[in-house]
Each structure stands twice: as C-alpha cells, then as structure tokens.
Design a protein around this ligand. Structure first.
Ligand code: 6PG
Length: 255
C-alpha cells in the first residue's frame, strides 16, 4: 500500500504519494489516470492526456493497454506529448514510438486523436510551429482551454519535458509560445528536441510527476524542501490550474 506522505508541498495544492517501488507506483498511476479519464469524459465528454517521455512512465504505459485499465474511455481520449526528440516516429529514441510499443497499438484510441509531434518536418523549429498550430486548433474546435492531465518525469538536474535548467532565463521570453524547439544538454541525447513550454504545461488542470530511482533523490528532496537550488529547476515551475500530484518510490526518497 502506498503511504500518503505528509510533506511540505512543492506548491499550495500539491499532493504527494509514496510507493515501495516502480511497479507499485505504476499500478497506482494506471488506476489514478483511468479514474480521472472517466471523470473527465463524464463531465466534459473528452479526456486530453499529455504523455511524457523517458523510461519512468513506460510501465504505466504498458498497464494502460491491459485489462486493468479496461475502464479507460479510449474513444473519447486525445493523446499529446510533453516533448519529443527530433527523430523519425519509428526511431528507438522517439517518445511516440515508445508509447506506441507500450500500449497505443493495443487500445482503441481513434487515430486522429493521437496528436504526435510532427518530427517529419524539415526542422525542430518547423515542427514546433506546426505542433503549436495543431494544439491551438484542437482547443478552438474543442471549445476548451486546458489539457485534463499532463504526465511528467523529473530529471536528476530538475528538468522536466525538455525544459532544462540551462534554459531557465530563455523560458521567460518564450512565455507566449506553447511549443518550442530546444537543444538539450549533450548529456541528454538526442539533443534536438521539441517541447511544450511552461505556459502550455501550466494550462493543464492537473499534472502528475512520476519519479523513480535513487538518481532522482537529490532533485526530488530539493524540490520538496524548497531549497534555493530547486528554484532553478523547470520542474519547480509546473503549476497546473487545479492540482499538482507527485508519485515517487522509496528509492527516489533516498531511503
Ligand atoms: C524525455 C522526457 C524527460 C524525462 C526525464 C526523466 O523526453 O526524456 O520527457 O523529461 O521525463 O528526463 O527521464 P527518465 O524517466 O528516463 O528518468
């Protein structure tokens, strides 16, 4: 069983749940996402979900394609990505390719509800402009202004999506944009990426961070303890309109 951990929250309305390991956290996240999806469709007839990349959510994605998540309203679900590596859609580094392999090919989500970042464009800048246009059109046609849920990971350096501490100053000037092209640090290849900006991420009703592994412990505890160092972490700037939730395993708590 997970423990609801009474901890200083990274923001006023943050919730934090702790799990023994990645498997337990992923199963809880699968139930949580499914319940939220059912609620969103009941209230608004649609569930718009932003998928994060990286390895942490992969087990959650696998579970989304299993009978455990038979309640997921796939016909009314729209899928987006928080960021994408500028590689072909079938490249092993592609966040879209990872999600497709994990569950997309097993669930009845309508193909035109899968809004992947168009990495088949001539440049990351072109892909970012096109993705932003598609997002704006989606919200206009849906008469909506919010993603329902954004799933996010946490890097050991406090990055999230492809928003890195090195770019923090740039983020202020990018605020009007929803999507931008960035160059990731050389330690995080592939370096050419397209990412949602904080403005787009923070338009979401809810955000769920999934954090697993000892290598994240410094960044996670720094954020939870609101250290001065954490103020330069893009992850600290994620402020959804309704609720921020952190799921983390024991290893990510450093014990
Ligand atoms: C990406 C992700 C990135 C990821 C973190 C954590 O495209 O790589 O969007 O922000 O969530 O780097 O990655 P892991 O889950 O692999 O530790």
């Amino acid at each position: 069983m997970s423990d609801d951990v009474a901890q200083p929250s990274p923001s006023e309305n943050a919730h934090l749940r702790r799990f023994h390991d990645l498997e337990e956290m992923s199963r809880a996240a699968a139930e949580w996402v499914t319940q939220l999806a059912e609620q969103a469709v009941e209230r608004r007839g649609r569930f718009s979900l932003v998928l994060s990349g990286g390895s942490t959510p992969q087990r959650l994605y696998e579970l989304l394609g299993t009978p455990m998540c038979h309640g997921m309203p796939w016909e009314e679900t729209h899928l987006f990505w928080s960021d994408e590596r500028f590689v072909p859609k079938n490249h092993p580094d592609s966040n879209y390719a990872s999600a497709r392999a994990a569950f997309l090919h097993r669930v009845p989500v309508p193909p035109d509800h899968v809004h992947r970042v168009p990495t088949d464009m001539p440049s990351p800048e072109h892909a970012a402009r096109t993705y932003e246009e598609r997002l704006r059109l989606f919200f206009l046609e849906a008469g909506a202004s919010h993603f329902d849920l954004v799933l996010l990971g946490l890097g050991a350096d406090g990055h999230t999506a492809s928003l890195f501490p090195e770019h923090m100053e740039q983020q202020e000037t990018d605020e009007a944009k929803w999507v931008k092209a960035v160059i990731a640090p050389p330690t995080r290849p592939p370096i050419r990426r397209v990412t949602l900006t904080l403005k787009a991420l923070n338009s979401a009703r809810r955000a769920l961070f999934l954090v697993s592994g000892a290598e994240k412990a410094n960044a996670l505890t720094s954020i939870l303890d609101r250290t001065s160092e954490s103020r330069r972490f893009p992850a600290t700037r994620v402020r959804p309109t309704e609720q921020l939730t952190w799921f983390a395993d024991d290893a990510a708590f450093g014990r």
